[in-house]
Design a binder for this molecule. Structure first.
Ligand code: MF3
Ligand code: CO
Length: 253
């Protein structure tokens, strides 16, 4: 069962997503050489307080693990769910993926982007541009009555010319009161398949794309996913609302 948000819920989603977008936008400006990822995490905590929301990641429980950070910060070959640390220093040329999930008034806003620090390698730069473009190709496929498979296929098709590794171990998701609701939204798939998208559905769409192999390995911390071949990865995410006429991006900065 995919939840349909009522008008009141939609207005709460709008507010949570606007806060998530502001936090991410402000934080992206703080990603400069010399800053530690723990410093970025602490800054995110402060920005959430300033924008009237709280972290939905901090204290998030999966199995026997509790997430310790306020946001996820993943550097270079880290794909998702990296944890800020005082000894991880951002350098010129790095890719820094920031994933900001906030709760406000009982509802979640979820968005992510990969920030390029100064001059990055041309293929890493192209990966970031293509991953963001694939996110928007996926969003553009959405209309009332289109299917999850249409969205997945649009993302996959946008990435095909680059020959990238599309991550399969993590997917996009429905979002609302909970961070992860139905449906799952893979970043690859077949048009015309999967659940129908209807007005009132809120979706977090998030291609995670590797320069090399799509395979990932988990770090000893139980959270950080990195590429199996050590090549870089990019991650862009928006929360969107399916409307009567099409789609609205709720996390535009
Ligand atoms: N956007 C990520 C996701 O949808 C956020 C994870 S927060 C964490 O999975 F607490 F699980 F790290
Ligand atoms: Co998400």
């Amino acid at each position: 069962m995919i939840d349909l948000k009522s008008p009141d819920e939609v207005s709460r989603m709008r507010s949570a997503c606007a806060a998530a977008a502001r936090v991410l936008q402000d934080l992206a400006g703080l990603v400069v050489p010399g800053v530690s990822t723990a410093g970025l995490d602490a800054a995110a905590r402060g920005l959430m307080a300033r924008h009237g929301c709280e972290s939905a990641c901090h204290g998030y429980v999966v199995g026997r693990l509790t997430y310790p950070g306020y946001i996820c910060i993943s550097l270079n070959d880290e794909v998702v769910h990296g944890i800020g640390a005082p000894d991880r220093i951002v350098r010129e040329g790095d890719l820094v993926s920031l994933d900001v999930v906030v709760r406000r008034d009982g509802y979640i806003g979820d968005n992510a982007r990969t920030v390029m620090v100064g001059k990055v390698a041309p293929e890493a730069r192209q990966l970031c541009l293509d991953t963001e473009q694939a996110l928007h190709a996926g969003i553009a496929s959405i209309r009332p009555g289109s299917r999850v498979g249409d969205l997945s296929a649009a993302i996959q098709a946008a990435l095909a010319p680059g020959g990238y590794g599309i991550v399969r171990d993590f997917v996009g998701h429905g979002v609302g009161r909970k961070m992860h609701e139905e449906p799952q939204i893979p970043n690859y798939g077949k048009a015309g398949t999967g659940p129908k998208l209807l007005p009132g559905m809120a979706l977090a769409i998030e291609p995670m794309v590797n320069l090399g192999t799509p395979k990932i390995v988990m770090a000893a911390d139980g959270w950080t996913a990195r590429t199996a071949d050590g090549k870089v990865s990019a991650h862009f995410e928006h929360t969107v609302l399916v409307t009567e006429t099409g789609v609205e991006i709720l996390t535009l900065p």
